[in-house]
Design a protein around this ligand. Sequence first.
Ligand code: FPP
Length: 242
Amino acid sequence: MDKQKLEQYGLEAELLPRHIAMIMDGNGRWAKKRLMPRTFGHKKGVERVREIVKTSSLFGIQAITLYAFSTENWKRPAEEVNVLMSLLAQYLQSEIDDLDRNGVRFRMIGDRSGLSTQLQQLIENAERQTENNTGLILTVAINYGGQAEIEQAAVAMAKDAAEGKCVPSAEEFKKRLYTNGLPPVDYLIRTSGELRISNFLLYQAAYAELYFTEVYWPDFDESQYAQALRAYTARNRRYGGV
Ligand code: FPP
């Protein structure tokens, strides 16, 4: 944690969210505004990912989960899907040593069986290389859908119960979610002015505070992030109490 950085933005460490989920939206519109192809926006988006990950570590955040590719994103033109997949692969190749040095623990959530074997391999390597790190937990959601996650957990628990491997319970169910071991989502940030959850962490974000900003993801820089965090620290969470 970098106390100076927190001070610079007027943030108090004890009031910050533990787990922040981010829907990184608006890359395409950001590029279009500049008369550039949508994929140019995704490339800029990766630069923001780097900055947000670094800043999260400096702010002493425990976990961030980034929505990189939803199960619905396969409907996009093949060229865009390919660029997104190769940006993810490149990110893992070029960043993992740096993340590791900074104590970041990487994990992926989503249906990995739908990804290329190369990407699956890179994900596994990144997870293995960083599994003992104790700093920021960086989770990237790829081929992820919240309803599908809940459904597969229910099916897996039912199957294990039928085979006598477990007695169904809320705990057994949670263990089978992709996010097993992560704290609940405290804060859900979505960029680009869209006011939706879009099937992201439906179970985990049940009590999350929501933050929507008009800013497109490629413009969501450190100071925008700090602004979002200041908004969070000003809220009063009641979890259904008074
Ligand atoms: C939404 O913008 C963004 C995505 C679907 C992809 C997000 C991916 C990245 C930022 C890059 C890869 C991520 C990592 C973790 C390295 P959009 O295309 O829906 O924008 P639009 O709504 O303006 O069309």
